[in-house]
Design a protein around this ligand. Structure first.
Ligand code: UD1
Ligand code: MG
Length: 468
């Protein structure tokens, strides 16, 4: 891989970088225009990640961070863990961004020149009349988001370096969720859910889940990172699915943030959706840069660091923005892949180290990869279920002459796609799966914004809760 940038690339990246710096310098007035600043920071994130990935490729290979592209002839070795570059650029950008959403409050609190004594005099503190209330809780949730993301990146790097075992991997993000759950507890603390109309005679309008609600949020923190990591193994899939989810979340945020008419009062959840935009836009910037290098034929791999990091970004915005149910509606393919994978993940059916599709060197196409049961035959009830799934075309199965199932396709929706539509080239497979991700996501958003009103009678707005 060539590690230097071409002249055109250098020129375009530099122009983008300079333009974004110019835009940011211009935001220091009025409310500070944090959204404009966030978009400009995302441009900087794109330019920096793009250049760094190209510069660091060889360094990563020398450090042993490399992987074999198994779906190509001669299985070339390319740099892995490039998600670490994304994550580091992202973290630095959102740290530098901290003052921007609070610019207005900082100006008021310090009278503009950093002079704290100017407004808040002793007698005013007593009466409290002029005491400006800085939104510490918002700052706390922003900082805890950074802390959660940082923890998951450290743990993800550990996984890329030392190949942690699966049962331990599952728990990695649980620790990383703790900072954001604590801030949720202190700051928001709502553990009630709105009960669907049908069940109201039994449970009332709101049901308090108590600590179960925290268990639910922690599970989202565990699910998002891992579900992206297991819907992986073909060029571009990890980062493209993350970009699509991020774009759909941004679309959902815009539905709240953009005023329907100029005179309409802002939606009560506006602030949480701005928070979500500030975290998602730079994520989109770094991910798009990674995408250009990871799409078929991949020049770099994203590594587990990227999968954990991306999943945690979604968990953090979903939980702190109070729209975890909407988030789950955008993860339908990931949920389907997890449920379909469950027999192999929980070792009811043998699970090989890699379940990515098998590359056929003769045709150059991908075929479903197969799990072998000859060493460890399936127990009769499991075998029966596998046979039924085979008959329903939900698996490809092979039987020996005694009618025992000896092999079946691996339980991922990537392989299922190949069972349904036949062998195909890697990029066509990725495009098909991503088309499905977009369709499911748009359907999810439509369900959220139209059908949900029928099930819950009213939007959360009229119930006085800003969780959606
Ligand atoms: C998860 C999956 C595993 C899948 C792997 C592929 C489960 C339980 N685990 O494991 O089945 O095979 O991801 O990412 O579902 N690779 C390619 N082409 C790609 C991407 C990856 O050949 O486009 C290969 C490379 O050799 C790369 C390796 O996969 O080095 C990365 O695998 P890793 O992320 O370590 O696997 P897991 O996340 O443990
Ligand atoms: Mg992985």
């Amino acid at each position: 891989m060539s590690s230097s940038l071409s002249r055109t690339e250098t020129l375009s990246l530099f122009s983008l970088f300079a333009a974004c710096v110019g835009i940011i310098a211009n935001t220091f007035h009025g409310d500070g225009e944090p959204l404009i600043a966030s978009i400009a920071f995302s441009g900087i994130a794109f330019a920096s990640t793009y250049a760094l990935i190209r510069w660091l490729g060889d360094v990563f290979i020398r450090a042993g961070l490399k992987g074999k592209d198994m779906s190509k002839r001669n299985a070339p070795i390319i740099p892995e863990t490039m998600g670490a570059v994304c994550a580091v650029v992202y973290l630095l950008i959102i740290i530098v961004f901290i003052p921007f959403p609070f610019y207005k409050d900082i100006v008021v609190a310090t009278s503009g020149g950093g002079n704290r004594d100017f407004i808040v005099k002793a007698e005013q503190v007593e009466t409290g009349r002029f005491l400006h209330r800085f939104p510490h809780s918002k700052l706390a949730s922003y900082l805890s988001a950074i802390l959660s993301l940082q923890s998951v990146v450290i743990l993800g790097l550990g996984d890329d370096l030392f190949d942690i075992r699966w049962r331990h991997k599952l728990l990695i993000p649980a620790f990383a969720s703790i900072p954001m759950l604590i801030v949720y507890f202190v700051d928001f603390g709502v553990t009630q859910i709105v009960v669907p109309k049908l069940l109201r005679p039994y449970f009332g309008e709101l049901l308090n889940l108590g600590w179960l609600y925290y268990a639910y949020m922690a599970s989202i923190g565990i699910f998002c990172p891992n579900s992206i990591n297991i819907l992986a193994g073909i060029n571009g899939l990890e980062v493209s699915q993350s970009i699509i989810i991020a774009l759909l979340l941004i679309l959902n945020d815009l539905l709240y943030v953009l005023p329907i008419s100029p005179s309409a009062p802002p939606h009560p959840a506006t602030d949480s959706h701005f928070f979500s935009l500030y975290l998602l836009l730079p994520f989109l910037g770094t991910s798009l840069a990674l995408w250009t290098q990871n799409w078929y034929p991949a020049k770099v791999f994203v590594g587990d660091t990227y999968c954990y990091f991306a999943g945690m970004v979604f968990a953090v915005v979903g939980i702190q923005g109070h729209f975890s149910k909407t988030l789950l509606l955008l993860l339908i393919p990931q949920i389907a892949n997890f449920l379909y994978s469950a027999p192999q993940l929980f070792h009811v059916v043998p699970c090989p180290r890699h379940r990515l599709p098998r590359f056929n060197g003769r045709t150059g196409l991908l075929e479903p990869s197969m799990a072998d049961f000859t060493q460890k035959p399936l127990r009769p009830p499991v075998e029966l279920v596998v046979k039924v799934l085979g008959n329903l075309r939900l698996l490809k199965t092979e039987e020996d002459e005694e009618g025992r199932v000896v092999r079946s396709s691996n339980f991922t929706i990537i392989n299922l796609w190949l069972v349904w539509f036949g062998p195909m080239r890697e990029d066509r497979l990725a495009t098909g799966l991503l088309g499905m991700q977009i369709a499911c996501g748009l359907l999810g958003l439509w369900v959220r914004h139209s059908l949900a009103l029928l099930v819950f009678t009213a939007d959360n707005w009229s119930l006085g809760i800003s969780r959606s």
